[in-house]
Design a protein around this ligand. Structure first.
Ligand SMILES: [Zn+2]
Length: 185
């Protein structure tokens, strides 16, 4: 007649699962109108692993939302991708001793393989909006205490980033901007 003792653990799992589901739905909403100048950041802690997911309008991060039309566009995308692949250009952390375990930089129109050129011309004009998606996984000894966004320096038109977090210290939501770059949970 005693209550099951598995409830606390199940609750934690549910919260994390809901968080990821919410995120993947919004991320999969390709073509969904985003607002230029507004980005999103999701932070989730799972033990020593910290996931950071950015969804940012390509208009702000790249300067255009179409696929690369020519060599100059491609060179520009390569340059942006290189900068974003260096986490220090995107964020810095305080507290914890962290290493980057994984990183993923997805730029619209940059994912074409060689040999796909014939298709580009026919498909690229359809898209109206496109997102830049960044994923970084950190492995930390000790908890992160705060995160400071540096990507505002790369993207002057990016006016705000809506940040949501679920970490051991709690969960919440706030808006970060060029004048309020540090997120403390
Ligand atoms: Zn757009």
């Amino acid at each position: 007649m005693r209550a099951s003792n598995t409830q606390p653990r199940s609750l934690t799992v549910c919260v994390l699962t809901a968080f990821y589901l919410t995120f993947s739905q919004s991320a999969l909403g390709a073509g969904q109108a985003h607002v230029h100048g507004h980005g999103k950041l999701l932070i989730a802690q799972e033990g020593t692993h910290w996931q950071l997911e950015f969804t940012l309008p390509a208009a702000d991060m790249v300067g255009f939302e179409h696929a690369a039309h020519n060599e100059r566009d491609k060179e520009h995308l390569r340059h942006i991708a290189e900068r974003l692949a260096s986490p220090a250009n995107v964020f810095t952390t305080r507290g914890g001793d962290c290493q980057i375990a994984e990183k993923e930089v997805n730029l619209p129109g940059a994912g074409h393989h060689e040999g796909e050129h014939e298709h580009e011309a026919h498909t690229e004009h359809k898209a109206s909006h496109a997102d830049v998606r960044l994923h970084y996984q950190l492995q930390c000894i000790g908890d992160l205490q705060s995160l400071t966004l540096r990507l505002f320096d790369m993207a002057p038109s990016l006016g705000e980033i809506e940040a949501q977090w679920i970490v051991n210290a709690g969960q919440g939501q706030t808006e970060l901007s060029p004048s309020k770059r540090e997120l403390v949970w």
